[in-house]
Design a protein around this ligand. Structure first.
Ligand SMILES: Cc1cc2nc3c(=O)[nH]c(=O)nc-3n(C[C@H](O)[C@H](O)[C@H](O)COP(=O)(O)OP(=O)(O)OC[C@H]3O[C@@H](n4cnc5c(N)ncnc54)[C@H](O)[C@@H]3O)c2cc1C
Length: 432
């Protein structure tokens, strides 16, 4: 799938480059500043194209979410993220030099002319500023200092930034002026992208929640600081969700309605009931267990590819630590009957194991093996040595790992050393 998407993006890039190069003529290139202007057109067009890719990667299009997974899409979105800004900056500099050249005006004067006399260009500069703001807020150091909600609101302005920058391209770009068919296609592409976003992020969730009518029924303490929340809904039998997937949850109380946080299902739906299990870490996760029964809940999803559909091998190993057990608990219910199952649960204290009894019951019912590794990190290590006896056929084993970041990283290192192929190691990160 990654290859197919990369190819499609590459073909799109080829068309964009060909269209912008074709709009240059020998005359335009030989004019004073002609080469600068040509470079500005190409970089401007490619910047807009990479913005399109970025926006599509996080539009939550169900097919994309289901086949690639939100964490991978977010990773790609981050990787592409710097390019539109760098290219747009080169575009701004080169277009100013190119336009200044024929008149012999200085570059700063030309820039001022743009601001004063070209309202579309001024709007695009405002748009560029908004894009820079969104990018800066996403740098890890900055992101750590602000709440998720602040970051999210800043990111919303990115859509306005994209609209302003793309609008000036269509009204002032040489590739489009006098080329009505190119203009029509480019506008069509963006209108299509906007429709996909509105469908995936607004219309489909509204319709789904209208059908589901979820409300909180009860909350239960499962382990210190960890609560399960049981919800009741309608039409749950039509909800296409797999064990291991997650939703974005919005509890509609006065304080929480504007927070959407990801939590995985901790059991498959039992119509009319649904369950999530939440560890209190910050504002949202500590408040959610105290919401009143009857509170309405709005969900977006399901998302994620941490599901039984990834299983290809005869052996399956599930490795969990802390609240990371939740998606594995739900996934366990759906594993194919043919697989040989081993489950490893890591905890510092037996009382902190979440849904321990349910795990024992489910694993026993399938004739699998469950091993708990209890003790402090210093004394009970999950490494190549401790995992060796579970990984007897590394080439024919799928491993699902979920737990704290550092834990997951060390498990992946150990599995790699034990020759489990990387494509057979599936991990769910609890942070994007
Ligand atoms: C795919 C996925 C599935 C998850 N499943 C579960 C689960 O089943 N049970 C559970 O207890 N926790 C789960 N989490 C983690 C849970 O989303 C965070 O603990 C929770 O959002 C923290 O929010 P807070 O306001 O309580 O704390 P904060 O102090 O705001 O955040 C604590 C940590 O969570 C991250 N975070 C906060 N909000 C979000 C968000 N909306 N999207 C992504 N990351 C965020 C922050 O970057 C930070 O690292 C999951 C996370 C992801 C990404």
């Amino acid at each position: 799938m990654a290859d197919l998407l990369a190819w499609t993006a590459g073909v799109g890039l080829g068309i964009v480059l060909a269209t912008s190069v074709a709009s240059e003529t020998a005359h335009s290139l030989s004019a004073p500043g002609g080469w600068w202007t040509a470079v500005s057109r190409v970089t401007g067009f490619v910047a807009a194209y990479s913005l399109l890719i970025m926006v599509l990667l996080t539009c939550r299009f169900p097919w994309l979410e289901r086949s690639v997974g939100q964490d991978t899409l977010v990773r790609w979105h981050r990787k592409v993220g710097g390019w539109p800004l760098v290219l747009a900056a080169v575009h701004i500099v080169t277009v100013t030099i190119g336009y200044a050249a024929p008149f012999g005006t200085g570059v700063p004067q030309q820039f001022w002319q743009f601001i004063r006399n070209y309202p579309d260009v001024l709007m695009s500069l405002v748009g560029f500023g908004l894009l820079v703001m969104a990018a800066v807020s996403s740098i890890r150091a900055a992101r750590r200092r602000m709440s998720y909600e602040t970051w999210w609101v800043i990111h919303l302005y990115m859509y306005l930034g994209v609209a302003l920058t793309v609008a000036h391209q269509v009204t002032t770009g040489a590739t489009f002026i006098g080329h009505p068919s190119s203009r029509l296609v480019w506008i069509g592409v963006w209108v299509g992208a906007a429709l996909v976003i509105v469908m995936s992020r607004v219309i489909v969730p509204l319709y789904r929640n209208y059908r589901l009518q979820l409300r909180v029924v009860s909350t239960h303490l499962e382990a210190p600081g960890v609560h399960s929340i049981v919800l009741r809904g309608k039409n749950l039998d039509t909800l296409a969700v797999s064990g291991g997937q997650f939703f974005q949850w919005r509890f509609l109380t006065r304080d929480l309605w504007w927070h959407a946080h990801p939590y995985s299902l901790s059991a498959l739906p039992r119509p009319p009931f649904l369950r999530v299990t939440v560890k209190g870490l910050g504002d949202h996760s500590r408040t959610v267990p105290s919401v009143r029964p009857g509170t309405r809940v709005f969900v977006e999803g399901p998302y994620g590819v941490f599901t039984h559909e990834r299983v290809e091998s005869t052996n399956v190993i599930l490795i969990a630590a802390g609240v990371g057990i939740t998606p594995l608990r739900a996934l366990l219910e759906e594993l194919p009957a043919r697989v040989r199952l081993r489950v490893i649960v890591r905890a510092s204290d037996p009382d902190t194991i979440v849904h321990g009894a349910e795990m024992h019951e489910l694993v026993a019912a399938r004739g699998g093996m469950l091993e708990t590794m209890i003790g402090s990190r210093e004394h009970v290590r999950i490494d190549e040595h401790s995992l060796r006896r579970f990984v007897t056929e590394p080439e024919d084993t799928d491993v699902f790992v979920c737990g704290p970041e550092e834990f997951t990283r060390s498990v992946v290192v150990a599995l790699t050393a034990l020759h489990v192929p990387p494509r057979r190691i599936h991990r769910e990160e609890f942070a994007f």
